[in-house]
Design a protein around this ligand. Structure first.
Ligand code: FAD
Ligand code: NAD
Length: 476
């Protein structure tokens, strides 16, 4: 059928905010012909975040892990509108979302409102800085494609500047000191990728600085990767030692300047001491904070008065204290970790829920139609009654919808030198594994999870290319 272009007044308008893990898994499985679907996001592509750390060093090229949202939408049965815009506020009373175009090219209209009957919020989270001075001005985050590109450029800038004629030894040491703050999986995976880049490529191509390159990982808690089992934490820490990555645990960063990081370290006797780390590149990976649009919505809903980490949702992912608003992924608090795995399953759950809601309405329509025909043509009553019963049975099955249940498949992280750690669920039991075989598992798991065949082929090609020819050291 021809894709419908004008919103159909007989259908409800379903507005979806975001094009990340939560929203795109919903879109993938949603029967779009049941609703007027509108997608709004400042990013016109889906990003496969698990491979983002590999883009910082050029192991993988950034476009290999992006999938244009227009390509995804073209595959849907009914046409879906997409607006490249940021939602700045949501008014749950008037049922409208205020949006604005924050891109470089702007038309006469840059701000407007979009009405909704049903709204799904999947805007993710922003980077936590805890208000620590200097972080926003001097460090790189690692959340979006632009962040990975900035880091890649900066690594090479530090290397070339360190190799500049007559640079002093202290300045070379500073420029080649790469500091990562946050020992969660983002910080650990990035540190591993960085050390690989140095060992496999930079060292060979810029040998004059090879003994100065250092990677330091700073973590406030007593160990890195708190969500992994003890043996995998120990394995990661000892692998980092072999890779010559310096881990500073129980060390909390308090201040950042353009060339130094100041941190407070707790010594074994409990005494606190301040250490200053001069750096060339600083990557800040201390987890998630709530986006302004979500904070604004929380302030409008009395039932969300105690929400601090995101929108509290019920077991059907409905935002508590609202009607017709659902939230998925990192902006929702449903009692699970903010991961792609959770966001993906929540999106899939909502797709099923909305598909069933549409079926329910269709069945209820048929039942009421048949019931009135029963009154008009009593002669046919036995056959019609049987038909009604059949529809009612289907309706009961659909209405018996189970609440959202998260099924944890396990945690995986790359730790450098072709090694990975994995805590996976296998036949209802937990298996902890680490090393090179786990790395092969990591690779195949991520390849199979890639969004499309095109992404899969591009990622395999990038891996092959960087192994055979080395990573590209051009600074652009
Ligand atoms: P996101 O995927 O972040 O998407 C949010 C979307 O909302 C984006 O499209 C954004 O542009 C859009 N948006 C933002 N603001 C607005 C607004 N105001 N209005 C409209 N749209 C807006 N998890 C795992 O399970 N496994 C991993 O291996 C893994 N690796 C990771 C590696 C890195 C480097 C990072 C940063 C995260 C990783 N995660 C991983 C976590 C995972 O990426 C997140 O939990 C997941 O992306 C959350 O999905 P989401 O849909 O809530 O948000
Ligand atoms: P995180 O919240 O998991 O870790 C941040 C770390 O920073 C914490 O350990 C915290 O103690 C530390 N920290 C905070 N403030 C600090 C300070 N001032 N000084 C020093 N350390 C400080 O964040 P993340 O690694 O970005 O991960 C975010 C989410 O994404 C998590 O849910 C994670 O599981 C998920 N993720 C998963 C993977 C994977 O599965 N491979 C990879 C990346 C991210």
């Amino acid at each position: 059928p021809e894709p419908q272009v004008v919103p159909d007044p007989s259908k409800k308008t379903l507005v979806i905010l975001g094009t990340g893990w939560g929203s795109v898994s919903l879109l993938k499985r949603l029967d779009t012909e049941n609703y007027n679907v509108v997608v709004i996001s400042p990013r016109n592509y889906f990003l496969f975040t698990p491979l983002l750390p590999s883009c910082t060093t050029g192991t993988i090229e950034h476009r290999s892990i992006m999938e244009p949202i227009r390509t995804i939408l073209r595959q849907k049965k009914a046409s879906v509108r997409f607006y490249e815009a940021e939602a700045s506020s949501i008014d749950p009373d008037r049922k409208v979302v205020r949006i604005f175009d924050n891109s470089e090219i702007r038309g006469d209209i840059t701000e407007t409102e979009v009405p909704y009957d049903m709204l799904v919020i999947g805007v993710g989270a922003e980077n936590a800085t805890f208000g620590i001075p200097g972080v926003r001005d001097h460090s790189c985050f690692l959340k979006e494609i632009g962040d990975a590109q900035r880091i890649r450029k900066r690594i090479m800038d530090c290397v070339e500047t360190a190799a500049f004629k007559d640079q002093s030894p202290e300045e070379i040491n500073r420029l080649l000191h790469m500091v990562v703050v946050g020992g969660g999986p983002t910080g650990v995976e990035f540190a591993g990728e960085l050390q690989d880049f140095f060992e496999e490529d930079i060292k060979k191509l810029v040998p004059e600085i090879s003994d100065r390159f250092r990677v330091t990982l700073i973590e406030a808690l007593p160990n890195v990767l708190p969500m992994f089992s003890k043996q995998l934490i120990d394995y990661t820490e000892s692998t980092f030692k072999e890779e010559k990555i310096d881990i500073h645990t129980k060390t909390m960063v308090k201040k950042v300047t353009d060339k130094t990081v100041e941190a407070e370290v707790t010594r074994p006797d409990g005494k606190k001491e301040t250490i200053v780390f001069p750096y060339g590149l600083l990557v800040w990976a201390t987890g998630n904070a709530v986006r302004p649009v979500i904070k604004d919505l929380i302030a409008r809903i009395p039932a969300q008065a105690n929400s601090r980490r995101g929108l509290a949702v019920n077991e059907y992912l409905v935002v508590q204290g609202t009607r017709d608003i659902w939230a998925v992924g990192d902006c929702a608090v449903a009692g699970y970790a903010p991961t792609a795995q959770v966001a993906g399953q929540e999106g899939t759950f909502l797709a099923r829920l909305f598909n069933n809601m549409a079926k329910t309405e269709a069945l209820e329509g048929k039942i009421s139609e048949l019931s009135s025909s029963l009154n008009l043509q009593p002669g046919n009553s036995a056959a019609v009654s049987r038909e009604i019963e059949g529809y009612e049975r289907q309706l009961r099955r659909i209405k018996d919808a189970k609440p959202f249940h998260y099924s944890h498949q396990g945690s995986l992280a790359y730790i450098g030198s072709d090694k990975a750690v994995a805590d996976v669920t296998w036949f209802n039991g937990n298996v902890a594994a680490a090393g090179s075989l786990t790395y092969l598992f990591w690779r195949s798991a991520y390849i199979s999870m890639c969004f499309s065949t095109r992404n899969r082929l591009l990622v395999i090609n990038d891996w092959f290319k960087s192994k055979v020819f080395g990573r590209d050291l051009s600074r652009e």
